[in-house]
Structure formats: structure tokens, C-alpha cells
Design a binder for this molecule. Structure first.
Ligand code: PMP
Length: 316
């Protein structure tokens, strides 16, 4: 689908997966005007196709686009395009319990622009791919490393937007950590280098004495849809959940730590390394709260438990 800076969009159509042709002067190539979303579709045992809170992704795309001076398709257009794309690819959705279809809506500045300014034209497209679990080993605790030199986002920057330019700086730290056997990196705040922000592609929670805490949305972390859902889900199950600054000391002193995101779903953390200190949680086994919330979330997403929140959307 193509649109202009004023937000007038032409009608889109389904196309086979293939290369794009863009100007070398495209806004996305030169000035990073690109935002995206990550969503999943699940197949149930009786062949229904389910999605989780897709309107939240539509809303977040609008907010991310606004931060990057880009027009975005409206909520209804976004949802219709996602639905059409998923149903056209139904045969690629793995059977129930075997994975999901990852959906990548991408909005980029494709119009040419030489001087620093928003591109005159935009392209909104969606591509999909079947996926299994994000981290190797499925629901098994991961080892994370706290990054103390590089930062993911600065106050007043673009950390709260799902923009492509937030991911390039992460590649270097993530690669280095993976090279040392860690699954991913935990970023700290750029001002005091003391408060936990998030992981390269997921939000983080700690549990201490049955109280759950997660870094507050202060403009430098992505407002994860899984994060928001886990907060609601945990509260509905009687947990106290706080959104507040979480220090790295508290992280290392927690009883249970887990990450949340569309790709990772909910993944327990087995150990965290900060400098020369390494802390293991639950002797490297899955923590009780992680396990409980993982089951509550996934049974909802896969249509196995009653959806009291009205979060699950069936495509037909
Ligand atoms: N933080 C970052 C940086 C991410 O890329 C993601 C994945 N979208 C998340 C958090 C989790 O967000 P969500 O639960 O909406 O997938």
C-alpha cells in the first residue's frame, strides 16, 4: 500500500513475496524512516485462526509513526490488511502446539528526499513467516548479560517507538553477548547506568516475595503489548504488580525474572551476569511465577482457556 505525507493511502493488494524497488534517496535508506510491528497468528486444533490484541499493534504503529514524522494507516485499514494477509497464508500457519505465524507489518519512507526532511511517499506492507520458539530450547531459562557501556535509548530519544533505528545499535552488543554464550542483553538507563530498561527485543519483569515489578514506561522502553497483558493477567490472579524504576541491584536480588514479548512470549531467566557477578535464579529451573503466567498467557493466546479479557480475535 502506498501513501503520501498527508496520509492519503491507495488501496493495497496481495502480492507474492519478492523484492521491493526503491529510490536510493528513499527516506528509509537515508534517514531511517521506518517503523514496524510484530504479531502472531495461532492455529487451534479445530483449524481456527487466532490473533492476540491486534488493535494494540495498530495503535502502537500509529504512535511510532508519529514519532518518526510518518503517516500511518488507520486502525481499520491496518487490521483488514493483517487479516487478509494471514488468511491468504493460512497454509503456512503451523498446526496447534507446533509454533505460529509471525506477522511483520512494516511502514517505510520510500519517497526520495535529499535534504533532511520526512520522505514525500510511504509504503506499508506486511510479510509473514512460520516460527517456532524465539530462544533455543523452548521454555527453558535463558542466560542474560547486563550491558553497562552501550545504551539502547536516551531520554527524549525514540526508545518508546518501534522504529527500525532502535535495533541497529543493539546488533553489536547482542552479537558480542551471544558470542560469549548468553542469549541476550539487558540494557540500563543512559543517565545513571543503574536502572533496568529492557532486553533487545523484550520487556523484563522481576518477582520478589511474590510481588511483581517491571520498569515503568518513562519514554525509553517499548510499551510491550505482552508486558501490558501480563500486568493485567497477573493482577487478575491476585498478584501485586508495580510499574516503577527497577535497579540492577534489585534485579540481581530477585526470586524470579522473566521476559515478555510477542516473539519470546514469556521466557524465564535462569541467570544474569553483571560485570564479574553472576546470579542464578531458582537453581536455573523455571520459577513458579514464570511458569504460572506462561501457562495463563499461552492458554489464552491459543484459545484453550476462557478469554475474560476479550483479547483473542478469531479471523474468518
Ligand atoms: N521491547 C522491544 C525492544 C521489542 O522489540 C519488543 C518486541 N516488539 C518488546 C519489547 C515486546 O513488545 P510486544 O510484547 O508488544 O511484542
Amino acid at each position: 500500500m502506498k501513501g503520501d505525507l498527508e496520509g492519503n493511502w491507495q488501496k493495497g493488494e496481495l502480492q507474492p513475496f519478492g523484492n521491493l524497488e526503491v529510490s536510493p534517496a528513499a527516506g528509509v535508506l537515508n534517514y531511517g524512516q521506518g517503523v514496524f510491528e510484530g504479531m502472531k497468528a495461532y492455529k487451534t486444533a479445530d483449524d481456527r485462526v487466532l490473533m492476540f490484541r491486534p488493535e494494540e499493534n495498530a495503535l502502537r504503529l500509529v504512535e511510532s509513526a508519529e514519532r518518526m514524522s510518518m503517516p500511518a494507516p488507520d486502525i481499520e485499514t491496518f487490521l483488514n490488511a493483517v487479516k487478509q494477509t494471514v488468511l491468504a497464508n493460512k497454509r503456512w500457519i503451523p498446526p496447534a502446539g507446533k509454533g505460529s505465524l509471525y506477522i511483520r507489518p512494516l511502514l517505510i519512507g520510500t519517497g526520495p528526499i535529499l535534504g533532511l526532511a520526512p520522505a514525500p511517499e510511504y509504503t506499508f506492507l506486511i510479510y509473514v513467516s512460520p516460527v517456532g520458539t524465539y530462544f533455543k530450547g523452548g521454555l527453558s531459562p535463558i542466560d542474560l548479560k547486563v550491558e553497562t557501556f552501550f545504551h539502547r535509548a536516551a531520554p527524549g530519544g525514540t526508545g518508546a517507538a518501534k522504529t527500525i533505528s532502535n535495533y541497529a545499535p543493539v546488533l553489536k552488543t547482542q552479537l558480542a553477548a551471544k558470542g560469549k554464550g548468553y542469549s541476550d542483553v539487558i540494557y540500563l538507563d543512559a543517565v545513571e547506568n543503574k536502572y533496568v530498561e529492557e532486553v533487545s527485543s523484550c520487556n523484563i519483569f522481576i518477582v520478589k516475595d511474590k510481588v511483581i515489578s517491571t520498569p515503568e514506561l518513562a519514554g525509553t522502553i517499548l510499551p510491550g503489548i505482552t508486558r501490558k497483558s501480563i500486568i493485567q493477567l497477573a493482577r487478575s490472579r491476585g498478584y501485586e504488580v508495580n510499574e516503577r524504576p527497577v535497579s540492577v541491584d534489585e534485579l540481581l536480588d530477585a526470586d524470579d525474572v522473566f521476559c515478555t514479548g510477542t516473539a519470546v512470549v514469556l521466557n524465564p531467566v535462569g541467570s544474569i551476569t553483571h560485570g564479574t557477578r553472576r546470579v542464578q535464579y531458582n537453581n536455573g529451573a523455571v520459577g513458579a511465577v514464570s511458569q504460572e503466567l506462561y501457562e495463563a498467557l499461552t492458554s489464552l493466546q491459543m484459545g484453550k482457556s476462557k478469554d475474560n479479557f476479550d483479547w483473542v480475535v478469531e479471523l474468518d
